[in-house]
Design a protein around this ligand. Sequence first.
Ligand code: AMP
Ligand code: MG
Length: 360
Amino acid sequence: MKATATAEQIRDAARAIRAGRLVVFPTETVYGLGADARNGDAVARIFAAKGRPSDNPLIVHVRSIDEIDGVAEHLPSAARRLFERFSPGPLTLVLPAHRALPRTVTAGLDTVAVRIPRHRVAQALLAACRCPIAAPSANRSGEPSPTTLAMARASLWRASERRTADDEITFLDGGPCEVGLESTVASVSEGRIVILRPGFIAADELRLAVPDAEVLEAIDAAAADRPSSPGLKHGHYRPRAAVIAHDNEGESLESLLSRVFERERAAKVTVGVIGIGPVAGSIADAFAQRFTDSVVDSGVGPVPRVILREAADERDYARELYRWLVELDVEGAGLIVAVLPPDRGVGRALRDRIARAAGA
Ligand code: AMP
Ligand code: MG
């Protein structure tokens, strides 16, 4: 199969969207499960297919800044400047919702999250269907977000079994996602920008783009009466395997090993180790050594497997994180040790997703 959707497939998908059906499509962040944002019944199908809690609002995707006026009542000047600087791209801004937008999209809120995706296929789909597309990630609620078409299919396979013609899901390929983590979500009110969900675009980059505005991260803004992002309270990004987050700057290797071995008793499960090399590699080696030692001591085999997935840097880790979580599940890992990257740039968003995958 071709790695990228053809013009004809994109036209068919646009027809499906206009007919109120669902389309899985690639964006530069993760794959989305989209529907016509103006059609409340179509949007309700997204929630049903994902098993998504109805209080978790969706991001509405539009082609360009000019099309925002169809979904938002107005565009504050700081929001316009941010979109001018970062769009199309992985930035979502929460704006006052247009009164005609169905409240299924916003989960009843009077604000709407808006993004202008950069991926060629997403742009072509938006151009062909000529309507805003509401789309969360194309996975069953709670699971890691898909960064390849195969991951989206695997996660949604039950939902994509068609019961009626309207339940059919159209899938568009666009290759592996370039960013691999969801967009940065920020609310904008005059003079103040609050990052509700960290993403590829970091707080400092937003500050540079709007030097006269105050940019807060949700954690810092907590005291300052932060606007809430309903999605953050739900479990997210979880593979079947238990995930343990390890901060190699704050926790010794010995302490990590005893944490794992206590939890897993004699630790007989296959362990996955993911992180940036060479730190992740030496942690995997330490697990392998500990497994071998304990089998030698007890005389009871076999030695559990240790599977290592090593990233070159933070960006590479961001691209691979969700795919690795899903792959390690398939490989039968009972436990995944995710080594936290340094808290800078996209590292902050990675730390956020890993903490959630670990159930924090
Ligand atoms: P996803 O599930 O990846 O599509 O994430 C969408 C994120 O955007 C969730 O964390 C939502 O809570 C957040 N979001 C969407 N709409 C709004 C809104 N109107 N106000 C605040 N957060 C929103
Ligand atoms: Mg999601």
